[in-house]
Write a protein of this length. Structure first.
Lengths: 246, 272
C-alpha cells in the first residue's frame, strides 16, 4: 500500500465574503520533498497553510497531511509562522518559546528534561546562547532560529514555514535554508515553505508551486520558474526575478 | 511596637476583617485575570464591564431587588459576550467594541436611576464602592467567585498564555482560541460584578490593570508576571486599607493610589 502524500489539496475552494481567495487548488506533495509555494501578496498562500491546519474550512474540497486531519497529529507537524504576527512585547525567553513547541501549551515552569531537550534543539540550530534571552531583545535572525527550534523540538515529519525570510538579513536567511536542508537530510522530513524569494525556491526546493488564488504551475523549479509561468502567476516579473529565471 | 498594636486594634473590628478578606480576594482574582487583560491590550475592558455592571445594578434597583447584583451579573455577562462577539465577527478594534457597550450601559444605568425617582445613595455606593460595608453574604459571593476564577484559570493558564502569545500558533496546536476568549471575557464580567462593591464601578478597572501593568515592567516571563501581579494587588490592598483607616478617607481611593505607587516603583526599578 502506497504512503499517503505529505500534503494533499483536493479541489479546494475558499471564499471570504465575495472574494474567491482559493480556487480549485489541487496538488500533492510527496513525503521527503522540499516544496516552495510562491506567489504575489494576496495570492492566498497563507490561507492555503490555514486550510492544511484545518483553521479555515474550504467551501469545497478538502486538505490532509499524511492522509489525515492536521488536528489529529499535531506532534508530526512543525510550524514556523511569519515573524510579523507575534507580539514582541510578550514577556518570554527563547527557552520558553522552544518548550511551548514541545508541550503545545505555554509553560508556567520548565521541567529539567524539557530544559535539556530545548537547549539541545537550540544548539542544533546554532542558537544555544539564546536560551535565557528575552524574545524582545532578539534580532530577526535570532528570532527565526528560536521559532525554528520551537518547530523542530518535536521532531516533526513535516515542517511548514510561512515566509521565514521576512525581516531576516541575507546571512541569517542563508543559514536558515542550510538548517532546513540539514534537518531534512537527517530525518527525511517534508519541508513546505511559503516564500516571495524566487532565488530560494530555485536553489533549495525540490519542487515549486506557483499560485495566485489558483495554481499556475507545479513541478520542478526549472519548469515552474520560467518566464511565462511567473508572468501568469505574478502578472509581471521584475528585473531581479528575470535573473532567477534565466 | 505601637504600630503592631494599632494594626491589631484595626483588624479587631469585624467589618475591617471582612473588608480585608474581600479586598484580598478581589486582588487575587483581578491580579491573575489582569495579566491576560493587560497583555492582550484590553485594559479598557475593565472600565467597559464595570460600567455595564452599573447599568445592571441600576436595573436591579429599579425593579426593587434587595440584591441588585443578581441582575448586574447577567447584564454584564451579556455585555462581555457581546464585546467578544463584535471583536470576533467584525473588523472593529477592541476599544471601539468596548466603547459602544460602555456608552450604552451607562446611558441605560442613568435612565434606570432616573426612573427610580428615590434617594440615590445606593447608586453612590455603586459608583465609589463601600468596602467597609461588606456583609457576610457579600463575602461568600466574592469567595465563591474567587474559587470559580482560580478553578478555571489555573488549569487553563497554559492555553490562555499560549493564545495570548500568538493566537494562530496556539490554534495550530489545537488550542480553542475563540472559546478561550469568550471564557476570559465572561470570567472578567463575573469578577467585576462581584468586586464592584469593594472599590466601586469607577475604580474596579484599576484592580485589573495597575498590578498587572506594574508586574509587566519587571517580569522576564508571563508566569513571573502572574505571581507578581497577584502579589502587588494583595500588597496594595493591605496597605491601602490600613491607610484609609488612619487617614479617614475612602478605602477605594487609597487602595488604587497604593497600586499606582507600586507601579511607579516598578517603573523606576525596570531594567532597560
Amino acid at each position: 500500500m502506497s504512503r499517503p502524500p505529505a500534503l494533499h489539496f483536493h479541489h479546494v475552494d475558499v471564499r471570504f465574503g465575495e472574494v474567491d481567495v482559493l480556487q480549485d487548488i489541487n496538488f500533492d506533495v510527496e513525503p521527503g520533498e522540499f516544496v516552495a509555494i510562491i506567489g504575489p501578496n494576496g495570492a492566498g498562500k497563507s490561507t492555503l497553510i490555514k486550510v492544511a491546519f484545518g483553521l479555515v474550512t474550504p467551501r469545497r474540497g478538502h486538505a490532509a497531511i499524511f492522509g489525515r486531519d492536521a488536528g489529529d497529529q499535531p506532534e508530526r507537524i512543525g510550524y514556523v509562522p511569519q515573524l510579523k504576527t507575534f507580539d514582541r512585547s510578550f514577556p518570554a525567553t527563547a527557552l520558553e518559546l522552544v518548550v511551548s513547541g514541545l508541550r503545545r501549551r505555554w509553560p508556567a515552569w520548565i521541567r529539567t528534561a524539557e530544559r535539556e531537550r530545548a537547549r539541545a534543539t537550540l544548539a542544533q540550530v546554532g542558537a544555544e546562547g539564546l536560551a535565557q534571552r528575552p524574545l524582545a531583545k532578539l534580532s530577526g535572525g535570532e528570532l527565526q532560529r528560536a521559532f525554528l527550534a520551537r518547530a523542530l523540538i518535536r521532531r516533526p515529519d513535516i515542517v511548514l514555514l510561512d515566509e521565514p525570510a521576512t525581516g531576516v538579513d541575507f546571512l541569517a536567511e542563508h543559514d536558515l535554508y542550510d538548517l532546513l536542508e540539514k534537518y531534512q537530510t537527517e530525518t527525511g522530513a517534508t519541508i513546505a515553505m511559503i516564500t516571495h524569494d524566487l532565488a530560494a525556491a530555485r536553489y533549495h526546493a525540490s519542487s515549486v508551486v506557483a499560485m495566485n488564488r489558483r495554481v499556475h504551475g507545479f513541478g520542478l523549479p526549472e519548469e515552474v520558474l520560467c518566464e511565462s509561468c511567473l508572468r501568469e502567476a505574478f502578472g509581471h516579473i521584475g528585473h531581479s526575478h528575470e535573473v532567477i529565471v534565466l | 511596637m505601637s504600630w503592631l498594636n494599632d494594626l491589631r486594634d484595626i483588624f479587631g473590628f469585624a467589618f475591617m476583617q471582612r473588608a480585608l478578606i474581600a479586598g484580598l480576594l478581589v486582588a487575587l482574582t483581578s491580579g491573575l485575570l489582569g495579566v491576560f487583560v493587560v497583555q492582550r491590550g484590553l485594559s479598557f475592558l475593565g472600565d467597559g464591564l464595570a460600567h455595564a455592571s452599573f447599568g445592571g445594578v441600576a436595573l436591579g434597583l429599579l425593579v426593587g431587588l434587595e440584591q441588585p447584583l443578581w441582575v448586574a451579573l447577567p447584564f454584564t455577562l451579556v455585555a462581555a459576550l457581546g464585546i467578544a462577539w463584535v471583536r470576533e465577527r467584525t473588523r472593529l478594534s477592541s476599544d471601539t467594541a468596548i466603547g459602544i457597550f460602555f456608552a450604552v450601559s451607562v446611558a441605560l444605568g442613568v435612565l434606570f436611576i432616573g426612573l427610580r425617582r428615590e434617594y440615590q445613595v445606593d447608586a453612590w455606593h455603586l459608583l465609589f464602592g463601600s468596602i467597609l460595608g461588606i456583609g457576610q453574604q457579600d463575602l461568600y459571593l466574592i469567595a465563591a467567585v474567587t474559587v470559580l476564577a482560580f478553578g478555571l484559570m489555573i488549569p487553563l493558564w497554559g492555553r490562555l498564555a499560549y493564545a495570548t502569545f500568538d493566537a494562530e500558533l496556539a490554534q495550530t496546536d489545537g488550542v480553542k482560541v475563540g472559546r478561550l476568549e469568550y471564557l476570559l471575557f465572561a470570567l472578567a464580567a463575573v469578577v467585576i460584578v462581584a468586586s464592584v462593591q469593594v472599590v466601586g464601578v469607577i475604580l474596579i478597572a484599576a484592580y485589573l490593570v495597575i498590578p498587572a501593568a506594574a508586574a509587566r515592567l519587571v517580569s522576564p516571563s508571563l508566569s513571573v508576571m502572574s505571581l507578581l501581579s497577584v502579589l502587588f494587588g494583595v500588597l496594595s490592598t493591605s496597605v491601602g486599607l490600613v491607610a484609609s483607616f488612619f487617614l479617614d478617607v475612602p478605602s477605594g481611593s487609597t487602595i488604587v493610589l497604593t497600586q499606582a505607587l507600586v507601579f511607579v516603583v516598578a517603573a523606576l526599578a525596570m531594567k532597560r
